[in-house]
Design a protein around this ligand. Structure first.
Ligand code: PRP
Ligand code: ZN
Ligand code: MG
Length: 225
């Protein structure tokens, strides 16, 4: 049975944000026993449940009000918002604060020998990406239209596999592009992790807990600066 009195926080189960998210919650004094295969973990010392899911699912869980708080990459969040708007919805949530980790950029990358002369070169090409809406918004500024090859993983192998001409994917160290013979040709979005809350009122107990966590997060981030 769902216990609605406990604050529900969604974080990435495994990936670029998971370790830092875990660390942040621990530094806020939340004692959680994150057992490897568990979807839900319960805080021992506060009325908090941690939901561990795929990063791509977090914006939707917050927007749909399934969880109260989410730690998510701005890139994934913005893509979900654009996707829902494209479907005629009006997604609502509260931006609580930007966090100090998870920095990465969403970039267009092409095979190393691609002769890149600016966005116009991309007209009518096929682009493999997990972020079609962010890409579309960016290229629309240049009146460039493209074909999408929608992939949720292994985006970087698409050109070699003959599935796409170029890709649009997250870059942090650049090692993935390098290892796949690709070069970054256009940065389209700069992202960091952020904290979001579902829209609508929380119970006063939950809101007080969120306020307390925010104060602690503020302290943790300031101490790291
Ligand atoms: C991103 C991206 C690349 C990698 C790039 O994946 O899709 O695979 O990171 O990082 P690098 O420049 O340091 O090599 P992410 O970690 O977000 O995982 P996901 O796509 O499975 O969510
Ligand atoms: Zn993902
Ligand atoms: Mg990846």
């Amino acid at each position: 049975m769902l216990d609605n009195s406990r604050l529900r926080i969604a974080m990435q189960k495994s990936g670029r944000l998971s370790d830092e998210s875990k660390k942040l919650l621990a530094q806020c004094g939340i004692k959680i026993n994150l057992q490897e295969q568990r979807l839900i973990a319960f805080a021992e010392n506060m009325p908090i449940d941690i939901l561990r899911v795929r990063d791509d699912d977090i914006p939707g869980l917050v927007i749909d009000g399934v969880v109260d708080i989410g730690i998510v990459g701005e890139n994934v969040l913005e893509e979900e918002v654009l996707d829902r708007k494209a479907e005629g919805q009006n997604p609502q949530f509260k931006q609580l604060r930007r966090l100090d980790f998870g920095a990465c950029r969403l970039s267009i990358a092409a095979p190393r020998d691609f002769d890149y002369q600016g966005p116009k070169c991309l007209q009518d090409l096929r682009v493999a990406t997990t972020y079609p809406h962010l890409l579309k918004r960016y290229l629309a500024e240049y009146n460039v239209t493209f074909n999408t090859c929608l992939l949720n993983g292994s985006v970087e192998v698409a050109p070699r596999a003959g599935l796409a001409d170029v890709i649009c994917d997250l870059v942090s160290s650049g090692a993935t592009l390098e290892a796949n013979g690709l070069k970054e040709i256009e940065v389209i979005y700069q992202s960091k992790a952020c904290l979001i809350q579902r829209s609508g009122e929380l119970s006063s107990d939950k809101q007080a807990l969120v306020d307390k966590l925010l104060t602690r997060i503020q302290g943790v981030i300031q101490a790291r600066e």
